[in-house]
Write a protein that binds this ligand. Structure first.
Ligand code: SAH
Length: 245
């Protein structure tokens, strides 16, 4: 246990959405390295630990990835139990496996612990089923932000039979709207914008692909937020009522 680094998903914000395994790791931690999007309330499970903030929000001055990795390594080599806390799930846009492999290649034992990813939490909190019999046979989790500027396959994503969940999209709304319309998506396709999913300050606004930009401005949509695009957004309540009838 002493030289193990736990790469733990802290979930979307609500401290009650932590896994029991995450709580167990925090209970044992001597050093906790915490990302911006992690709710500090979860630190109640590790009052004994030294807490180091290593956040890096888009657009802000960030703690370089290399520095974070070396810090984990240093504490692990000192025999400390290290928990690296990441927002949501460590493997969904979280570089979890990258850090896992790096630690292992330096001879450090590491374990990844699931967290509830923001897209799933937002959908469920707003009673939107990401998959729904007869409406959506699948779901894609995508990021609107790529470091190398590469484009998504919008044609495939515009497939009406599946649901699209977009992370890191707030600064890219105009682009997302244009790409989806160009790929042939119906402008009336429903959209849900969900900000601060699972937190007391959670806000939600329903819109359409065509009205995405205007409605987001009117709503003053801010990060962190996810977009859910697909028939499930408008069909959800009606279908669920039907199923429970
Ligand atoms: N590993 C994280 C995602 C990190 S990328 C996870 O699994 O959830 C950061 C993006 O996640 C944000 O830009 C936003 O799109 C989304 N996000 C994270 N927390 C969120 C929250 N509480 N509500 C809405 N979106 C959130």
């Amino acid at each position: 246990m002493s030289t193990k680094v736990w790469l733990v998903g802290a979930g979307p914000g609500d401290p009650e959405l932590l896994t029991l395994k995450a709580v167990r790791a925090l209970n044992q931690a001597q050093v906790v390295m915490i990302d911006d999007l992690v709710n500090p309330a979860v630190l109640e499970h590790c009052p004994q630990a030294r807490v180091i903030a290593v956040g890096k929000r888009g657009g802000c001055r960030s703690t370089p990835q290399d520095f974070i990795q070396r810090l984990m390594l240093r504490y692990a080599r000192q025999g400390k139990c290290v928990v690296r806390l990441k927002g949501g799930d460590p493997c969904i846009f979280g570089r979890g496996t990258e850090e896992y492999s790096w630690l292992r290649s330096h001879g450090i034992e590491a374990e990844l612990v699931n967290g509830i990813t923001a897209g799933l939490a937002g959908a469920t909190n707003c009673a939107i089923p990401l998959t729904l019999r007869g409406v959506a046979r699948g779901v894609s989790l995508v990021t609107a932000h790529t470091q190398d500027g590469s484009e998504l396959n919008w044609q495939a994503l515009a497939d009406a039979g599946t649901t699209l969940v977009i992370y890191m999209g707030v600064a890219k709304l105009a682009d997302i709207r244009q790409q989806l319309l160009q790929a042939g998506m119906n402008g009336e396709m429903p959209v849900a914008m969900i900000e601060n999913a699972s937190l007391p300050e959670q806000r939600e606004r329903r819109s359409t692909v065509k009205r995405l930009l205007d409605d987001a401005q009117d709503f003053r949509l801010k990060s962190p937020a996810i977009l859910i695009i697909g028939e499930v957004v408008s069909n959800s309540s009606a279908q669920l009522n039907q199923l429970s009838a």
